[in-house]
Design a protein around this ligand. Structure first.
Ligand SMILES: Cc1cc2nc3c(=O)[nH]c(=O)nc-3n(C[C@H](O)[C@H](O)[C@H](O)COP(=O)(O)OP(=O)(O)OC[C@H]3O[C@@H](n4cnc5c(N)ncnc54)[C@H](O)[C@@H]3O)c2cc1C
Length: 497
């Protein structure tokens, strides 16, 4: 039986990110993936949020995504786009990039880190014992691991087999998505009709002056409302025809179906993200409507939260209790994502009263304060893990400051490339003795003269030092003394003085 420290079920965006995080930390990790290769059929996520771009910047791979996608103000809330260009982040925008490209780039990174992927086979069952998990595959092989992580999507076998409840709300609305040929080209773009939202587009597009300009040739992507959002059977070309005729009086000579799928606003969340040696991340832990574009982004950020924690516990550097903080921190984030998507679905309904509510929301989001708050939430920049009372930075993402260190200019995110904890000392105190931790924590003395500003919160006071976790969140803030540093070190990094 082949052994790995961690086995991940599913090489979607979540599983690939987690594998990269673990491999960076030197952990023997393998993925089992049903698909024979990384090709992805059908349309799924359309881009990356500002925080996800920051997270990839923390690992030195953001340029790969930026080079492949289009930078634009694509952050949105239900009915409106939110301009985040005044948000204090280097990535004060979203990136339009289809999921197939996101996965291709992540798979390339994971390949460079030599993560084995057992492709073309399923995880079919597993058995957990005191020392680990035995994972059975559909080709008859077995793997042995200390931990098993279900990154296997909304229908997660791992979640079901672990007996983890997936409570929430059934679908109230849905859409059919397809790629087709059309004899007559409809007006490309989004159409709000009395019957719901319709959209036509092409796989290739450019964003010019904030407007999506689709390629002039090629198959057409169609999205129509689904009359049967609870249906389990595959939708058909005839369903598409009927939906088009109902709204536009024509089916545009639709033919040549390339693929067809449906999605709904079903919203559910796993009751536990951890059960013993089993973890859930990404869609396996939370599903909701795609409106607002938070699914993939939330999954990637689940993975970045879990990766360093699993690595430290596996290396014996931190106690097992560190792993419980994964649920404690990420479950509330997932619950908020469900809340924002449900609110957006409600705002998309096609009736006069919802139209009136939408108008009021548009007015509110036209004001600076609400726009900044909702934009920070939708772009993942507002995430705040509850690490107790203290400086506003505590539990929030560390900004990517331009620093001057004795080695010359650098950036905070550059210091996080190898996913180690960083103690950043910003005054001249110079008295931090981290000798007992020096193998494990990077100590950096640097100067920073610029402003301290956090998304949605605004200016905050300058700290004298910060302890930054490998996922980029602040674990301790110094105010000229080292009070609380030792406790933070023990809590997060299990290190003794
Ligand atoms: C129409 C649509 C639009 C969307 N738009 C956005 C958007 O704009 N922004 C955004 O952030 N999100 C969006 N999403 C959501 C996004 O696609 C998902 O949240 C994302 O794919 C979740 O990634 P994941 O890795 O957790 O799961 P998945 O992408 O579902 O990956 C799971 C993987 O596990 C594999 N697998 C499953 N079962 C097994 C098994 N038993 N053994 C082995 N392998 C298995 C699957 O083959 C798959 O590769 C959209 C979704 C849809 C449907």
């Amino acid at each position: 039986m082949t052994e790995h420290a961690v086995v991940i079920s599913g090489a979607g965006p979540t599983g690939l990110t987690l594998a990269g995080e673990l491999a960076l930390a030197g952990i023997d990790v393998a993925i089992v993936e049903r698909r024979p290769d990384q090709a992805l059929f059908g349309t799924r996520a359309g881009g990356l949020s500002a925080r996800t771009l920051e997270v990839f910047d923390q690992r030195g791979i953001v340029d790969r995504f930026l080079a492949a996608g289009q930078i634009a103000q694509v952050t949105g809330f239900a009915v409106t786009r939110l301009d985040i260009s005044d948000t204090p982040t280097r990535h004060n925008y979203g990136l339009a990039l289809r999921q197939k490209h996101i996965e291709r780039i992540l798979a390339g990174w994971v390949g460079e880190l030599s993560v084995p992927i057992y492709r073309g086979r399923d995880v079919t069952s597993f058995a957990e014992d005191g020392a680990g998990v035995t994972v059975e595959l559909s080709d008859g092989a077995s793997l042995r691991a200390r931990y098993l992580v279900g990154c296997d999507g909304g229908r997660s076998l791992i979640r079901k087999a672990a007996g983890i409840a997936f409570d929430g709300w059934d679908a109230t609305s849905g859409n059919i998505l397809a790629e087709v040929e059309m004899a007559e080209e409809p007006s490309l773009g989004v159409h709000r009709t009395a019957l719901g939202i319709y959209a036509f587009g092409r796989d290739e597009y450019e964003i010019r002056d904030g407007k999506v300009i689709f390629a002039s040739e090629g198959p057409i992507g169609v999205m129509v409302p689904d009359k049967n959002p609870g249906a389990t059977a595959e939708p058909t070309l005839d369903d598409l025809k009927q939906a088009l005729i109902a709204a536009f009086g024509t089916d545009y000579g639709i033919h040549g179906l390339k693929w067809i799928s449906r999605f709904t606003d079903m919203s559910r969340q796993a009751a536990a993200y951890r059960k013993g040696r089993i973890f859930l991340a990404g869609d396996a832990a939370h599903v909701h409507s795609p409106v607002g574009g938070q699914g993939l982004n939330t999954g990637v950020q689940d993975a970045v939260n879990l990766g360093w924690k699993l690595a430290r516990v596996l290396k014996g550097q931190s106690p097992d209790a560190l792993l419980d903080t994964y649920h404690a921190e990420r479950h509330p984030v997932g619950a908020r994502v469900l809340r924002t998507t449900m609110a957006q679905v409600a705002l998309q309904r096609a009736d006069d009263r919802t139209e009136a509510l939408r108008d009021i929301m548009m007015e509110l989001l036209g004001m600076d304060e609400p726009r900044k708050r909702i934009a920070a939430e939708m772009s993942g920049l507002a995430i705040h893990y509850d690490l107790g009372q203290g400086h506003p930075l505590l539990g929030r993402r560390m900004p990517d400051l331009d620093l001057t260190s004795s080695d010359g200019p650098t950036r905070v995110f550059t210091l996080l490339h190898d996913a180690r904890p960083v103690l950043l000392v910003l005054d001249d105190a110079g008295s931090f003795d981290i000798t007992p931790w020096s193998d494990d924590v990077t100590l950096v003395h640097a100067r920073y003269a610029g402003p301290w500003e956090l998304p949605a919160l605004g200016p905050v006071s300058a700290p004298s030092a910060v302890l930054i976790r490998p996922d980029g969140y602040v674990a301790w803030v110094g105010d000229g003394t080292q009070d609380g540093l030792e406790d933070a070190m023990k809590t997060w990094f299990g290190l003794q003085v």
